[in-house]
Design a protein around this ligand. Structure first.
Ligand SMILES: C[S@@+](CC[C@H](N)C(=O)[O-])C[C@H]1O[C@@H](n2cnc3c(N)ncnc32)[C@H](O)[C@@H]1O
Length: 330
């Protein structure tokens, strides 16, 4: 259950909303209004402000016919300035309070940023095998399971640029040879997997993206199209329980690349230890190359890139959290 949302909490949250003039305004609107503060405090899942704003955008995207839409750059090409949004937002939230609270208490902030693949791909390339089963821990809608299906345009190298979605990023540091690999199967593990075929799951992922972030939204939609053509298995539950079963079910000896991005911070220390045990047990039966892109400390500005082929963890680089650049250490 989330801690109570205070005015100070909203203000602190608002310091990170500079990428969205609309949400920066709405933070002031909500924190100055006792009724809106009451509604946000009915949301029990983590990150109530994200869930409140996403729930409202979700209902508008679903087709709620309301003047509030005029303020959303995601819903109109010529939005009204955010300054006037307050009374419209207040009325909408109070009119849809039960729906918003239900969405906030049944859904999670499960953004799925496929551009993180710009940092996952070089670590996949460090695997000591060319053909493998791919497992993603904290897969959300499985967008990173298509790491080998996107195209990449780094400023120093290109890979499969004829793909339907080409990810662009700045490459810093040492070069890594990009070769052909064969993914023989794909498994996504998540507490709450999102089905990329499901209209409401797709809309929820869309609604989690801030209204002004057109590029991320276009990338999400394009990645969902690509992923929904792939065969992959999505398994619900705590990955520390589902991973051993998933690995046991693979043909003996098939190598595995196991990846995670922005997931392990949500694991308790006991879950991280358990994950290590599952991996070392699995390595008795097959090669497992694990790769992670994680920012485990709250103060971390960049994600650390870590690989482990069984001989011990190696920090191989760092990357922007949403994949704007990747740096591989020499
Ligand atoms: C911030 S999202 C990151 C999603 C994706 N990896 C990405 O980079 O876009 C974290 C995901 O981890 C999942 N998660 C958290 N704890 C988990 C656990 N113990 N087992 C499986 N999945 C978990 C959440 O449900 C969520 O979908």
């Amino acid at each position: 259950m989330a801690s109570p949302v205070t005015v100070q909490y909203m203000r602190d949250w608002g310091k990170h909303a500079h990428g969205s003039p609309l949400y920066a305004t709405l933070v002031d609107v909500v924190s100055a209004d006792a009724e809106l503060m009451r509604v946000i405090n009915r949301i029990e899942h983590q990150l109530p402000p994200n869930l409140l704003f996403a729930a409202v955008q979700y209902l508008l995207m679903e087709g709620a016919d309301d003047d509030l839409s005029r303020f959303y750059p995601s819903l109109t090409t010529d939005p009204d300035p955010p300054e006037g949004v307050g009374p419209h937002f207040r009325r909408f939230v109070l009119e849809h309070e039960e729906q918003i609270v239900e969405i906030g208490n049944t859904r999670y902030t499960q953004t799925n940023e496929c551009r993180r693949c710009i940092a996952l791909l070089p670590m996949v390339m460090m695997a000591p095998f060319d053909s493998f089963h791919l497992v993603d821990i904290g897969a959300s809608a499985g967008l990173n399971l298509a790491v080998d299906r996107y195209g990449y345009r780094y400023d120093v190298a290109q890979w499969h640029t004829d793909a339907s979605l080409v990810l662009e990023a700045e490459w810093r540091g040492a070069p890594v040879a990009l070769r052909e690999v064969e993914v023989v199967g794909r498994t996504g593990l998540d507490l709450n997997p999102l089905d990329p075929y499901d209209v409401s799951a797709r809309r929820w992922l869309d609604a989690l993206i801030w209204p002004e972030h057109h590029e991320r939204r276009a990338r999400l939609r394009s990645a969902l199209e690509l992923v929904s053509t792939l065969e992959m298995e999505m398994v619900g539950g705590d990955a520390t329980d589902t991973l051993p079963v998933c690995l046991d079910n693979l043909a003996p000896g098939v190598p595995v690349v196991m990846m995670s991005s922005f997931t392990l911070a949500q694991f308790s220390p006991a879950q991280r230890d358990r994950l290590e045990t599952v991996l070392s047990d699995a390595r008795a039966h097959r090669p497992v190359h694990s790769i992670s892109m994680e920012a485990l400390e709250k103060s971390d500005d960049w994600a650390q890139l870590v690989v482990d082929d069984g001989s011990g963890t190696r920090i191989v680089g760092q990357a922007h959290p949403h994949g704007e650049w990747v740096e591989i250490y020499p």
